[in-house]
Design a protein around this ligand. Structure first.
Ligand code: GUN
Length: 294
């Protein structure tokens, strides 16, 4: 079998187009311009790249960007004071504090200080709790993108066996909640799981989010499985150059899976598209307007 390639870039572009349409509608009909505040503390190169691409996407969607850069030496108090100011600013619909934060700052304290209605990352305990009990919530962006990609390959996930490898608060746990909400039967695997290959062979849907280059081999997969690869790992390539690979050995997996996301061009583009969607959702909720239809 040769797997269908799930084109995250194309699916994200379609979603971004819909979000831009919603932004235009909000401006035209309600005089509301959604605004996303992105806070970067320090100068981690990967975070700088992410933050730049987020801000570019915000502008392309017709929203108002609002970027803050604090030095790596910023105190927790300074970050909390900025969050308080953004919570109170009516022009700001969404707040994203880029992680990781420098060690002197308690990330959980900062996340908990964000107004849950502006928590477009979906990391605030209120949104985590609402998601887990099935109430409307701002859900984390990468997990939302993963489920959208899985649903592009399988119209319904109901009754399917889903295995999530990884239990992070950013991807593993929330993607498991979203899959459960789609009525999948969900197992979360992690570093202490016994016989991971055997567990993976049960999966109709496999989500790999462990950050280990090409850990998942072709013979770990059930024939026809839908494979969503969240990994972004830089490894040595040919000629001394580095290259990016996922958590799944793509060339092996594509001969067994029914559908698979490439790296890059799979989950990555969906994260930003879902962030834009969350920002529009937050703007609607804050202004007591109907949620977008996407
Ligand atoms: N760092 C890596 N991924 C994320 C994310 O989704 N949100 C934030 N705020 N920081 C991150």
């Amino acid at each position: 079998m040769t797997a269908a390639i799930i084109d995250g870039k194309a699916i994200a572009a379609t979603l971004r187009g819909k979000v831009a349409g919603e932004v235009a509608r909000l401006k035209r009909d309600h005089g509301v311009t959604p605004g996303l505040a992105v806070v970067l503390v320090g100068n981690d190169p990967a975070s700088e790249v992410y933050v730049r691409s987020k801000s570019k996407a915000v502008v392309e969607a017709g929203m108002a960007p609002c970027d803050f850069k604090l030095p790596a030496t910023a105190s927790e108090q300074e970050v909390l004071a900025l969050v308080a100011r953004l919570n109170a600013d009516p022009a700001v619909s969404g707040i994203l504090v880029q992680l990781p934060l420098p060690p002197q700052i308690d990330s959980q304290k900062v996340i908990a200080a964000i107004d849950p209605m502006k928590d477009v990352d979906g990391f605030h305990p209120v949104n985590v709790g609402r998601l887990s009990i099935g109430l409307p919530a701002l859900a984390p962006c990468t997990p939302t993108g993963c489920v959208m990609l899985a649903k592009s390959a399988r119209s319904s996930l109901a009754g399917l066996e889903a295995v999530v490898i990884g239990r992070s608060n950013i991807v593993g746990k929330p993607v498991a909640q979203l899959l459960l909400a789609e009525n999948a039967t969900v197992t979360i695997a992690h570093s202490k799981t016994r016989d991971l290959p055997d567990l993976c062979r049960r999966a109709d849907i496999l989500i790999a989010a462990i950050g280990k280059p090409e850990l998942v081999r072709g013979d770990w997969l059930k024939p026809g499985a839908t494979v969503i690869d969240v990994g972004i790992n830089r490894v040595a390539g040919e000629g001394g150059k580095s290259k990016i690979v996922g958590d799944v050995a793509f060339d092996e997996a594509r001969n067994v899976a029914g559908a698979i996301t490439p790296v890059p061009g799979g989950v990555g583009p969906m994260t930003i598209a879902c962030l834009l969607l969350n920002t529009v959702r937050a703007a609607c909720a804050l202004n007591k307007l109907q949620a977008p239809s996407v």
